[in-house]
Design a protein around this ligand. Structure first.
Ligand code: FAD
Length: 469
């Protein structure tokens, strides 16, 4: 049983069904996706997902998973008008060098978030062994005899209507605002260990559409750190794309970005980004989101599970700074870990399963969360330093080399592929840099990254800062 029919929840359900399990997905929101991308964008009500109409981009790791595990979802996405692009081969040949045999790994299939979710849902809804019940909010957990040591053992869930649904395993996939700690408390379980942090960024984004169906060219990358702001320019489906400015929540001077006119002036002041505004806005205002938590939930406390028969996955397990676009790729990576752990360990011994799933998640998935968290903290500290007019020089060689890799990506085809490999969640930075000669090359070509000009007005000249006065 899966609580939550979000984009990762449904993807997880599909993986489990195809491995021979019967899966019921219980979703709080009542509405199924309407037919047609315009209706999906304009009218599908998804109050359960705050970021439902905010800019998203789906990375090569997700595309690879769809190609190998869920090709019918990739087909549904293509049919819905998703864009396919190659994050290396689409760069100028002067930067990427000649095409290589394995460059297909960098291919991406992406679309607006609601369009991707509708495509996954369309496949899930006709999938054998899978039942989706919408308008069925889970209200709590149901327990049976403990598997071991008086630790509560979950055997199903209770709905708000009082109905109880039995399950061999309950997977909490209710997203960033998962109520699992409350549910666990109600069955007498120890509290899970939550690490919580407001990730400290604010997003100001809009979507556009071109009359021709063309998408503006990316110059300088989808994500650019431009002093105290970052820009995100993300191609999507059916000639649409999104443009976002990301700032620190502490940066009061930039709050004027809520205002559409100030937002546009600020965007137009960025030479590598301004051309992304040349389309028709398809949302009626600048969409802002703040208070997005970095959160990691651990159901193993003191070396033992707080409960058996229940696990957390997707954003309900961990969520972090969305500007790097990793949430769905990391969530679906964990979905494969869940499927493989069930297959290897079985569910007959719930204690063993809980420990095995925890260990496999910690080994395979958590490092991606930790890397993202570390990068977020550096970026926020860098913004704070820049606001004060100081240079950010942390005593962390990992951060230095990461910045050097970003700078070297524009100067060397190997460094470009190394950078994109990390950005697309294909391999971690430590693995990329341990390749033959990579660290030396990155240091030689990118070590002077602080001297690179920033293609943006100074902070004092930014229209949003000027508007603040
Ligand atoms: C601003 C922003 C931008 C982002 N951009 C990107 C991006 O570019 N690329 C990327 O990969 N990721 C991005 N993410 C992250 C991505 O949105 C999440 O990783 C993804 O939605 C997680 O999917 P999920 O299925 O785990 O949870 P969700 O999509 O949050 O779904 C949870 C579901 O649970 C349901 N639910 C809640 N409570 C209950 C209940 N009691 N009973 C039943 N159902 C319940 C909700 O209604 C919802 O449908 C972004 C996030 C934010 C905040």
């Amino acid at each position: 049983m899966i609580a939550g029919a979000g984009v990762v929840g449904l993807g997880t359900a599909l993986l489990l069904c195809r491995d021979g399990h019967d899966v019921t997905v219980l979703e709080r929101d009542a509405e199924a996706p309407p037919a047609g991308t315009d209706a999906i964008w304009e009218s599908w009500q998804r109050k359960g997902v705050n970021q439902f109409r905010l800019p998203h981009f789906f990375l090569a790791r997700y595309r690879r998973l769809l190609s190998t595990e869920l090709p019918d979802v990739a087909e549904a996405l293509a049919a819905a008008g998703a864009i396919r692009l190659n994050t290396v081969l689409d760069a100028p040949e002067t930067v990427r060098g000649p095409a290589r045999d394995d460059d297909g790994a960098f291919e991406v299939i992406s679309a607006r978030r609601c369009v991707v979710e509708a495509a996954v849902a369309s496949v899930a809804e006709r999938s054998p062994r899978l039942e989706i019940r919408r308008g069925a909010p889970v209200a709590g957990l149901v327990t049976g005899p403990a598997a071991r040591d008086d630790v509560p053992h979950v055997v199903g869930v209770g709905l708000a209507t009082g109905e109880e649904i039995a399950a061999d395993l309950v997977v909490d996939m209710t997203g960033r605002r998962s109520p699992l700690p409350r549910w666990l408390e109600a069955i007498g379980a120890r509290a899970p260990r939550d690490e919580l942090d407001d990730c400290g960024f604010v997003y100001y984004g809009r979507h556009f559409r071109s009359a021709s169906g063309d998408i503006p060219p990316s110059i300088g990358g989808f994500l650019q750190h431009l002093g105290t702001i970052s820009s995100l320019t993300l191609p999507a489906d059916n000639g649409t794309w999104s443009v976002t400015l990301v700032t620190s929540a502490q940066d009061k001077a930039l709050r004027a970005l809520h205002n559409a006119e100030t937002w546009e002036k600020t965007m137009r002041s960025l030479p590598l980004v301004a051309h992304w505004l040349d389309g028709e806005p398809i949302d009626d205002r600048v969409m802002a989101i703040a208070g997005i938590e970095d959160r990691h939930r651990n159901l193993m406390v003191g070396g033992t599970p707080v409960a058996t028969g229940v696990v957390a996955a997707g954003d309900a397990w961990a969520c972090s700074n969305p500007s790097v676009g990793r949430g769905v790729s990391i969530g679906m990576l964990q979905a494969t870990v869940l499927r493989d752990t069930i297959s290897a360990t079985g569910l007959e011994d719930p204690w063993e399963f809980a420990c095995s799933f925890h260990d496999a998640t910690a080994d395979i998935v958590e490092p991606w969360y930790r890397d993202t968290l570390a990068a977020d903290r550096h970026r926020l500290a860098e913004i704070d330093a820049l606001i004060e007019g100081k240079e950010y020089r942390p005593a962390d060689p990992g951060w230095e080399v990461s910045q050097a890799l970003t700078a070297a990506a524009l100067k060397d085809p190997d460094c470009l592929r190394g950078f994109v490999t990390v950005a697309m969640v294909l391999s971690r930075e430590t693995d990329v840099l341990s390749g033959p000669g990579m660290l030396e090359k990155v240091t030689a070509l990118g070590g002077d990254w602080r001297d690179e000009p920033i293609p943006a007005p100074s902070r004092e000249e930014l229209p949003s800062t000027v508007a603040y006065g």
